[in-house]
Design a protein around this ligand. Structure first.
Ligand code: SF4
Length: 365
């Protein structure tokens, strides 16, 4: 099929197959990428509107029990100073988010499964709900946990849970993780979260070593079939002090541009395929291009996650090299973001939670 006809079919909501998605991820015909992004933007405007919602992210601890081969805070990375913020500091960040019109907060840390950690997060959730009068939506991004832990956190006020599957290809997953990290458990956790009433989000790394375009196309279909409410995915950026990053060596500009392009096309194809979900313009896009998040919004994303972690902790929470805004405080970040979003002709939904329309419909049905 002619590539432009294929883009029109996708915009109308026709189901694309894996081969068609793979073609749209790479097609170099003149005007095709612009047509793809424009179609995805129209679908975004129609399905979720031209308003950007903010999730202030607090990376409150870099303690992690796992050892993913690509991650800068993996358990066995030597010499990294480990921290966990005090509850008072986390609540102060939540109060700042609420007072500055961020409708939602994301609490993210390394993965820890213990009664002490479960109770720590439970108390935080209750505290955040109390200081914001229940206004702030809270997303947790705390990895794989048991059903009982998810239930306790939901009951304490958690609204959304982001658990990135990283790749939908079990074989590639196996190559990226030690043998005791199980793809099936991760996928099972997504199912537990769905059954537990959470708004569920997942996502992938894009441009991993050994990841084919067909595999990325399968990722889009995985997101569709998992019927998620939110998507958080971004380009893979190597961290030199990890086993995977050390193998990657120095990257040239062309490799980074290619990965940015693939990241943007994945956003566009996810928007065309899933339509009414929330899609984040990941910070990793900005690490590849100073305007990366705006490019993500123009390709179909509608969520931005500004970092509101106190700056003194940020050096020790670098999941990948070259993470942007390490020394920008939350207030600088808010002003800079507002300018950038308004330059695009979009507005920020200050004070709004911005739940995904898909989740709202699901709740009503
Ligand atoms: S990706 Fe997550 S689970 Fe894996 S090592 Fe990093 S913080 Fe831990």
């Amino acid at each position: 099929m002619d590539i432009f006809k294929l883009i029109e079919a996708a915009e109308r909501g026709e189901r694309l197959g894996r081969g068609e998605i793979a073609r749209l991820l790479t097609d170099g015909e003149a005007g095709a990428r612009e047509a793809l992004f424009a179609a995805a933007y129209r679908v975004k405007a129609a399905e979720v509107g031209r308003k950007v919602f903010l999730r202030g992210i607090v990376e409150f601890s870099n303690l992690c029990s796992k050892d993913c081969f690509y991650c800068g805070i993996r358990r066995s990375r030597p010499g990294l100073e480990r921290f966990r913020m005090e509850p008072g500091e986390i609540l102060a960040a939540a109060r700042w988010a609420d007072e500055n019109g961020y409708g939602s907060l994301v609490l993210q840390s390394g993965e820890v499964e213990s009664e002490e950690f479960t109770a720590f997060v439970e108390d935080l959730l209750r505290g955040i709900k109390e200081i914001s009068g229940g206004r702030l939506g809270v997303t947790l991004s705390l990895g794989e946990q048991g059903a009982e832990t998810y239930r306790r956190w939901f009951d304490a006020g958690g609204d959304r849970y982001l658990l990135r599957i990283e790749t939908s290809d079990p074989e590639l997953y196996r190559r990226l993780h030690p043998s005791d990290h199980r793809f099936d458990r991760r996928r099972g956790c997504l199912e537990l979260l769905r059954r537990g009433g959470w708004q569920v989000g997942t996502g992938m790394m894009i441009g991993l070593p050994g990841q084919s375009v067909e595999s990325l196309a399968a990722d889009v279909l995985f997101l569709r079939d998992a019927d998620v409410d939110m998507v958080g995915m971004g380009p893979y950026i190597p961290h030199r002090e990890t086993p995977l990053g050390a193998k990657s060596g120095e990257e040239d500009r062309a490799a980074r541009r290619r990965r940015l392009e693939l990241g943007l096309r994945m956003i566009a194809l996810t928007r065309l395929t899933l339509r009414d979900v929330n899609i984040a313009a990941a910070t990793a896009l900005q690490a590849l291009d100073p305007a990366g998040r705006e490019l993500g919004l123009a390709a179909g994303a509608n969520i931005i996650m500004p970092n509101i972690t106190p700056t003194r902790y940020r050096d020790a929470y670098q999941l990948y090299d070259g993470k942007p805004c390490l020394d920008e405080n939350a207030a600088d970040c808010r002003d800079c973001l507002q300018r950038r979003v308004e330059d695009l002709g979009e507005t920020i939904g200050f004070g709004e939670r911005g739940d995904s329309p898909r989740f709202r419909r699901r709740r009503l049905s």
